[in-house]
Design a protein around this ligand. Structure first.
Ligand code: SAH
Length: 240
């Protein structure tokens, strides 16, 4: 599952350039019993199986030892019960040199893994997937993009949504006129200052419309506050 995703594109290039390093481990290799089982029935009954504590604790301890991972490094449990992955969480994780991500299967984990092994629980969103692999890929991808030099200068994360607590401004590519739908004139003007201003305005407009929760007014600079008031003004005029 992982090799396809991690050998291609931005992540593949980052690995080739030694900017990041990823090791995949099979939890079965850390099972103590002869059937290599990693799951067992829940105490108290109920459907499905749970990930047993031994193989997961064994895996994390061996990996910490083998790769000399310090005790302050995150051990992330993928879980629908965790904190939802956000730009700020990815940014926080991008500051660590190493981390371990644990993928669940079946009905999830024995609670002792959650309480005594994991340092963080991260969810991809309020839905349940069949395994932690896709969340792990999303965590790795979102963190990697924020590590210096992983994105080339032409694809910098600075303009991306969430980077400055705004959604990204609308983007257009050729053709200039597609079936009568045209590109805003200002983007063709060549006036970089005007384009910057337009982008900032549209970015704030979109964020106000869709995700006002992202905007922390006190963190806006003077220019952004001015744009913010101008948009509120336009919106209230529209209502009149
Ligand atoms: N019974 C569990 C869900 C188990 S799903 C519960 O209700 O909490 C099996 C595994 O898939 C989980 O252990 C977790 O590793 C992964 N998973 C499922 N949904 C996820 C989500 N939204 N975010 C992160 N990981 C998830």
């Amino acid at each position: 599952m992982f090799s396809e995703i991690f050998s291609d594109g931005i992540i593949g290039r980052a690995i080739n350039e030694n900017l990041i390093d990823i090791h995949i481990h099979n939890i079965r290799d850390f099972s103590n019993d002869k059937h290599l089982s990693v799951d067992d029935f829940p105490y108290g009954g109920g459907p499905g199986m749970l990930m047993k504590p031994e193989p997961v604790f064994n895996a994390v301890n061996k990996i910490k030892n083998d790769y000399q991972i310090g005790n302050t490094s995150p051990i992330i449990l993928t879980s629908p019960q965790g904190d939802k992955l956000t730009h700020n969480i990815a940014l926080h994780f991008s500051e660590f040199d190493e981390m371990i991500i644990i993928c669940g299967r079946y009905e999830g984990f024995d609670e002792r893994i959650r309480q005594n092994l994991a340092t963080h629980e991260i969810s991809l969103g309020d839905f349940v997937l069949s395994g932690g692999e896709i969340p792990a890929m999303a965590i790795v991808d979102s963190i990697s993009r924020l590590i210096p030099n992983v994105l080339g200068s032409d694809e910098s994360a600075r303009n991306d949504s969430f980077y400055e607590n705004f959604l990204q401004f609308p983007q257009y590519t050729r053709p200039e006129n597609f079936q009568g739908m045209t590109v805003p004139k200002i983007l063709l003007s060549g006036n970089h200052q005007d384009i910057e201003k337009w982008r900032k305005t549209e970015s704030i407009r979109k964020t106000l419309e869709r995700r006002p929760d992202l905007i922390n007014f006190n963190q806006l600079n003077e220019e952004e506050k001015e744009i913010y008031y101008q948009i509120l003004d336009e919106n209230s005029k529209e209502l009149e």
